[in-house]
Write a protein that binds this ligand. Structure first.
Ligand code: ADP
Ligand code: MG
Length: 656
């Protein structure tokens, strides 16, 4: 006689009962030969199922040893036990335990998914097995559409999917009418004839009579163990044990991984579709969070681009020097810091393209009987080059260098001044009074556009700064000096050199410098801070969305505890279960993210029309928020997934 296939020695199983323990199996010694058909009989509550679960590696003994084909199970971890179940055992349960939302063929395929068979192979084998069991016409029927006998045949096909070397059937006929019960027993007979080891639990002696060997168990102890001449097949000589073909496990773990990945995707999809409303509500938080982030970022980027675009029109590489150590400085001595000497000094510097001082005042403008208060700016001949493209002459000319040298009484008037004082005549060549000084108009400025336009209807006049200094303000210091650095000189470097130069000449830093890049920097800082704040608020809603995902995943784990237990019994390792729930959570996140991004872009496209601002939808930001949504789903799915993976197969199977 060869070595027994299954060997139990001194197996005990105790369950905690309140403060004490109950011992359900009390030192069971048992050998089961390959190819035998064994019935375990005994009254209800005697420990038959407990023994069966230990035989099937769904449960571990509290004491004693159990060997499967020479392999001691005591040392194996849950992954190894899952492999053992996949490779050696086929389970048939009293209540069939089919997955309700999968058709018959998909139910049969489940064990092969976890052992990594190719889909084509799986489909073909499931079809072959079901056809052999007389269900060829019912491949796509769901369990609910099949009779009890048919469901039990589906579960037999499932038990054979990976070879089913050892068939464990716990009360397989218990839920069936006598006709279907006979059918099932006939199939088990055939399997035994074909070389499968069949272990059958029953409390029905008539059913047990089919077996070659009957083990009686009572109150956790084996009370009898005897050979039996099976009814019906009595004439047949007992076959020599001939182990059936055990499907070799595919070598590549990658295919098993990919198979269970696809299975997880499908399960996630089915679970989401079956609970549409719940899924939608779960995603709502994520959708709101992601869409607000996307909208806020788009609006923020749009507003910033608009502001910076307008500022750039003010002239690009100019640097403005102001008197006073900062904008708030009111020290009168500091107000006089910028002098003509500074202008001449700066003009001599090789890194300077040109220098343009400015001094302003407000004066009464008068032409005949029309008058108005105007802002008078004393500027240089090169003023137009400084202000850049935002403003230009609409008529006449600008004054030249010699007008500055000679303090010429010439003026260029602004658009509003022209409209106010000269509604009907061309102002060019006319003489106006600026305060008490007469001046000839030589040019008219076009209506300003962009940021410079503002809302003000201020009347403006430009004159040589020397003229304004001597005739209107009566002092020689400037309000500002504008410098443009030569090409190739960075404005940062230019600012540094100007600061050094003027500080040395003034013997103190009684001025401050602003350039475009510092303004842009400030704007970026301010808008960035606002965006960050808004994004933070949106992020909170994302976290809330994530908690929603976790909540629903936990519900889903609880709801599917039995299915998880079944999948484990059929050979799913903990990793596959964890992966499945993580994928489900990530898919929730992905769907929420995509939906949210679409909604956010939609809102961002719609809003400018309503609030009159521009938007810039950055693909990077959109992609990033979708990634964030997936990550949130994933992170908040970790805990539920771990919980599902940790479930003991037998505890999970027992829940209703
Ligand atoms: P049966 O022979 O009817 O299949 P079982 O093996 O299912 O009997 O149960 C044997 C005994 O063990 C019963 O008294 C039952 O109450 C107890 N039992 C089974 N499972 C558990 C459990 N998880 N916790 C506590 N007691 C259990
Ligand atoms: Mg039982």
């Amino acid at each position: 006689m060869t070595m027994p296939l299954l060997t139990l020695r001194g197996v005990e199983r105790r369950y905690p009962a309140g403060d004490t323990e109950v011992t359900v199996l009390k030192g069971v010694d048992l050998d089961i030969e390959a190819g035998s058909m064994v019935a375990i009989v005994g009254p209800s509550g005697s420990g038959k199922s407990t023994l069966m679960n230990i035989l099937g590696c769904l449960d571990r003994p509290s004491a004693g040893t159990y060997q499967v084909a020479g392999e001691a199970t005591g040392e194996l971890d849950s992954d190894a036990l899952a492999r053992l179940r996949r490779e050696h055992f086929g389970f048939i349960f009293q209540s069939y335990n089919l997955i309700a939302h999968l058709p018959a063929s998909a139910n049969v395929e489940v064990p092969a998914i976890y052992s990594g068979r190719a889909p084509a192979h799986r489909h073909a084998r499931a079809m072959e097995l079901l056809t052999r069991l007389g269900l060829g016409e019912r491949l796509q029927h769901r369990p609910g559409q099949l009779s009890g006998g048919q469901q039990q045949r589906v579960s037999i096909a499932r038990a054979l999917m990976n070879g089913g070397q050892i068939i464990l059937a716990d009360e397989p006929t218990g839920a069936l009418d006598s006709h279907s019960g006979k059918e099932v027993m006939a199939i088990l007979h055939e399997l035994h004839q074909a070389g499968h080891t069949v272990i059958l639990v029953t409390h029905d002696m008539q059913v047990a009579a089919h077996a070659q060997r009957i083990i009686e168990i009572s109150d956790g102890c084996i009370t009898a163990d005897h050979a039996n001449v099976p009814a019906g097949s009595a004439a047949e000589p007992a076959r020599q044990a001939q182990t059936p073909r055990v499907e070799p496990s595919p070598s590549a773990g990658l295919r098993a991984w990919w198979g269970s990945f696809l299975e997880a995707l499908r399960m996630a999809w089915i679970s989401m579709v079956t609970h549409r409303l719940r899924t939608a509500l779960t995603m709502l938080g994520l959708v709101i969070g992601i869409s607000s982030v996307v909208t806020i970022l788009a609006l923020g980027a749009g507003a910033r681009a608009a502001i910076i675009g307008q500022i750039s029109q003010l002239g690009t590489a100019t640097i403005n020097i102001y008197p006073g150590i900062n904008f708030g400085d009111t020290n009168p001595a500091h107000m006089r810091a910028l002098k003509p000497m500074d202008v001449r000094l700066l003009q001599r510097q090789p890194f300077v393209d040109f220098v343009s001082p400015e001094v302003g005042t407000s004066s009464l403008l008068r032409y005949r009987d029309r008058k108005g208060t105007a802002q008078v700016d004393g500027v240089d001949a090169n003023y137009l080059r400084i202000i850049g493209s935002a403003v230009h002459l609409s008529d006449g000319i600008w004054f030249r260098k010699d007008a500055v040298t000679h303090m010429a009484q010439v003026a260029i008037i602004g658009y509003h001044a022209a409209a106010e004082l000269f509604p009907h005549v061309n102002p060019i060549g006319k003489i106006i009074m600026v305060g008490s000084m007469p001046a000839t108009i030589i040019g008219v400025m076009a209506k300003p556009s962009g940021l410079l336009a503002g809302n003000s209807k201020t009347l403006s006049v430009w004159m040589p700064y020397t003229t304004v200094a001597s005739h209107l303000v009566g002092h020689d210091w400037f309000d500002t000096i504008t410098v443009r650095a030569r090409k190739g000189m960075s404005s940062k470097e230019a600012v540094k050199r100007i600061t050094q130069l003027l500080t040395r000449r003034h013997r103190s830093k009684d001025f401050h410098i602003q350039n475009l890049s510092s303004i842009v920097k400030t704007i970026n800082k301010v808008t960035g801070a606002i965006e960050l704040l808004l994004a933070l608020i949106a992020a909170i809603s994302l976290v809330v969305g994530g908690i929603g995902v976790m909540n629903i995943m936990l519900v889903s784990v609880t709801e599917r505890t039995k299915e998880i237990g079944l999948r484990k019994a059929l050979g799913a390792p903990p990793g596959a279960i964890r992966r499945q729930f993580l994928i489900e959570a990530a898919i929730l996140g992905l769907s929420g993210g995509i939906l949210g991004a679409a909604l956010g872009i939609g809102a961002a496209l719609l809003l400018p029309g309503l609030i009159g601002s521009s938007i810039v939808v950055s693909p990077v930001a959109v992609a990033l928020s979708i990634v964030v949504a997936v990550a949130i789903g994933f992170v908040f799915g970790v805990y539920p997934a771990a919980r599902a993976a940790r479930l003991a197969p037998i505890d999970a199977l027992r829940t209703e």
